[in-house]
Write a protein that binds this ligand. Structure first.
Ligand code: HEC
Length: 218
C-alpha cells in the first residue's frame, strides 16, 4: 500500500496535501512570498532506508527504487533550453538556457503539475526529421517516443522565437494554446500535468506518445 512503511501516497494522504494556485512557484510568484523549494516530492522519503531490508525482499527493494526516483526528480540537474514559454519568455529575459530539475516545471508539492498555468512546448509534438527539427536533442528525444497516428498540420509564417527576424514553419499534431489565443508565440504549448497516479494511466503526454511499454523497456 502507498501509505505503508511511512509512505505518504494514496487518496487519504492527498486530502491533507496543501495546495493553492502558485504554491511553490519556481519563478517566485507564490502569493505567500515563500521561496521555491526544489524538494517538491517528499511522499516516499521514508522508503529510502527501510528499517529492515533483505536482498530478496522485493517489496522493500521496490520501495527503495521509488524513493530513489523521487530523489532524482527533486535533484538530478538538467539544462532547459529551446522550451517555448520559458526560454523565449521576455518576462524572464529570454534565457538561452536555465539550470533546473524535474521540479522546476512540476513544482506543486507532492502533486507535480505546474502550480501556475504556464503552458510550455517541451518538444513532445515536434518532428524527429532533422529537416524539420533544428534542435538535435529534441529530435533524439522525439525518436524515443512513438507518436500515434494523428493528423499533422503545417503552420507557416510564424516568427522563430529563438532567432529574431527569421520566419519558421511548424509541423505539429496539436497547436496547443495557440488554438485558444491565435498567437504564434503559443504554438505547441501545453500545461504540465498532475503526476499523481501516473502508473494507472499510460500512455503519457498529451498525444499519448510515451507508451507504458516504451518506458519500461530498459
Ligand atoms: C521545462 C519544463 C519541464 C521539465 C524540466 C520537466 N517536465 Fe515533465 N512535463 C512538462 C510539460 C509541459 C508536460 C506536458 C507535455 C505534454 O503533454 O505534451 C510534461 C509531462 C510530463 C509527464 C507526462 C504525464 C502525463 O500524464 O502524461 C511526465 C511523466 C513527466 N512530465 C515527468 C517529468 C520528469 C520525471 C522530469 C524530470 C526528468 C520532467 N518531467 C521534467 C514540463 C516539464
Amino acid at each position: 500500500m502507498l501509505g505503508d512503511g511511512g509512505g505518504k501516497g494514496g487518496p487519504i494522504n492527498l486530502s491533507d496535501q496543501l495546495y493553492y494556485p502558485a504554491i511553490n512557484d519556481t519563478l517566485g510568484a507564490d502569493p505567500n512570498g515563500i521561496a521555491f523549494n526544489p524538494l517538491s516530492m517528499t511522499l516516499y522519503a521514508a522508503w529510502e532506508k527501510p528499517a529492515e531490508r533483505r536482498r530478496d525482499d522485493y517489496r522493500s527493494n521496490a520501495r527503495a527504487a521509488i524513493a530513489a526516483g523521487e530523489k532524482l526528480f527533486n535533484s538530478a540537474p538538467m539544462t532547459i533550453s529551446n522550451v517555448r514559454g520559458l526560454n523565449d519568455n521576455a518576462a524572464l529575459k529570454n534565457p538561452i538556457s536555465l539550470a533546473g530539475t524535474c521540479a522546476t516545471c512540476h513544482d506543486t508539492p507532492n502533486i507535480g503539475h505546474h502550480s501556475l498555468p504556464l503552458p510550455l512546448d517541451i518538444g513532445v509534438a515536434h518532428s524527429s526529421n532533422p529537416d524539420l527539427e533544428s534542435d538535435k536533442v529534441i529530435a533524439a528525444a522525439v525518436n524515443e517516443l512513438s507518436a500515434p497516428d494523428l493528423p499533422v498540420f503545417l503552420i507557416s509564417g510564424c516568427p522563430n522565437p529563438f532567432n529574431q527576424g527569421q520566419a519558421e514553419s511548424f509541423y505539429t499534431t496539436d497547436p496547443g494554446k495557440a488554438l485558444v489565443s491565435g498567437n504564434c508565440a503559443d504554438f505547441n504549448r501545453v500545461k504540465g500535468p498532475i503526476l499523481r497516479g501516473l502508473a494507472a494511466r499510460a500512455p503519457y503526454f498529451h498525444n499519448g506518445s510515451a507508451a507504458h511499454a516504451a518506458m519500461t523497456r530498459r
